[in-house]
Design a protein around this ligand. Structure first.
Ligand SMILES: Nc1ncnc2c1ncn2[C@@H]1O[C@H](COP(=O)(O)OP(=O)(O)OP(=O)(O)O)[C@@H](O)[C@H]1O
Ligand SMILES: [Mg+2]
Length: 350
């Protein structure tokens, strides 16, 4: 069949054709009143009908002056890409990128894009750089402080106190080294270069080993109650799974400011083994439970309790996914959280 046969005549009607385009296209007069909006524009802003709606009325009050300036620039340059917040039908604001072209009569034809997600992510990334530097500087400051104290004690001949100060350095080095490994892993994951050394290992033993280590390095006295048993081995990278456990336990400790118990449940069925880490800490709001697995995301409600870079859970989920398993959270805000990961038992395909 020739191409004319494929393209139906009615689709060639240009307005109809534009409704098939996924980009939001809008034509507005010099007063920003909508003359034409395609289906994608209506979807983007949540309106069924945009006829005669003044786009300028939808602009966030704080962005109105900026938008007026854009229009003046547009008149001089004929086309312009700009950003503003616009109110959707739902009342929510979206960050909209507008690629506009002005026509002779002062009307404009524009493509609108919702860049809210991208914008928020970029912002999180910027914050991350300052957070990461701060997180690395903190243990470094403590290390230099304690080594200075140790030197002074040695000069005074007070060896027991010098030894005490030196002992304080070790957890700081451990903290720094964990942060750096997380950063390196993140970089490797982005490049698709995180390597997995797969073999059969006992998840049951690993859970017990990691719990012991975490207790040694935690500043607060915590009790980790391990319940259940996994008899079968799992096939995976033992170090990476240990890292997941470390992250989950460290979070439980960090986000339990006034509790000191963690319950770890291990169990298995015919095909899978699962480990759940339950704490009685601050919990996570429903609307944040999905976001916490995103890169650099830290729940605003938790910031006053803890430091961190917001990459731990992202790494955990990536690692578990690579093992053909899943990691999820159940939580009640104010009462505690349970993070569970499920791994296939025995050998997994590729
Ligand atoms: N057990 C928990 N209880 C309450 N909130 C939690 C818990 N675990 C994670 N969160 C929330 O999820 C967010 C993301 O966790 P994640 O481990 O990715 O980052 P982080 O702990 O802030 O930093 P780091 O990169 O050092 O791990 C935390 O900032 C916190 O808001
Ligand atoms: Mg963490």
């Amino acid at each position: 069949m020739n191409s004319e046969g494929i393209i139906k005549k009615d689709i060639l009607d240009s307005a109809l054709l534009l409704d098939y385009v996924t980009e939001a296209i809008v034509v507005s007069d010099s007063e920003t009143r909508v003359l034409y909006a395609n289906a994608a524009t209506k979807k983007l802003l949540g309106f069924e009908n945009l006829n005669h709606v003044k786009l300028f009325d939808l602009v966030h009050p704080e962005d109105k002056n900026k938008v007026k300036e854009y229009y003046q620039t547009l008149k001089k340059t004929t086309s312009l890409i700009s950003i503003r917040r616009m109110k959707k039908k739902s009342g929510e604001y979206a960050i909209i990128e507008r690629n506009a072209r002005i026509l002779d009569d002062g009307s404009t034809i524009s493509i609108l894009r919702d860049v809210t997600e991208r914008f928020n992510f970029e912002q999180r990334k910027d914050t991350f750089i300052s957070v990461a530097s701060h997180e690395l500087k903190n243990p470094l400051n403590n290390i230099s402080l304690y080594s200075e104290i140790a030197q002074n004690y040695i000069a005074e001949g007070n060896i027991p106190k010098a030894r005490y100060a030196l002992k304080k350095i070790l957890p700081q080095i451990e903290k720094m080294s964990n942060l750096i490994s997380d950063l390196l892993d993140l970089a490797k994951i982005q490049a698709g270069k995180l390597e997995y050394r797969m073999k059969l290992f006992s998840l049951d033993e690993t859970v017990r080993e990691v719990a012991d280590e975490v207790i040694v390095f935690s500043k607060k006295k915590f009790h980790i109650d391990i319940r259940g048993k996994i008899l079968n081995p799992v096939y995976g990278d033992k170090d990476k799974i240990s890292q997941v456990l470390q992250n989950l336990l460290a979070n439980s400790i960090k986000y339990s400011p006034s509790q000191n118990t963690i319950i770890v449940n291990v169990s298995e069925n015919a095909e899978t083994a699962s480990v759940s880490v339950k704490d009685f800490g601050i919990g996570i709001k429903k609307e944040e439970q999905n976001k916490i697995f995103e890169k650099f995301y830290q729940a605003p409600s938790s910031s006053r309790y803890a430091s961190g870079m917001g990459i731990g859970l992202f790494l955990c989920r990536e690692i578990i996914k690579k093992h053909g398993g899943r990691l999820f959270v159940e939580s009640e805000y104010g009462a505690g959280s349970t993070f569970t990961f499920v791994l296939p038992l025995g050998k997994v395909a590729s």
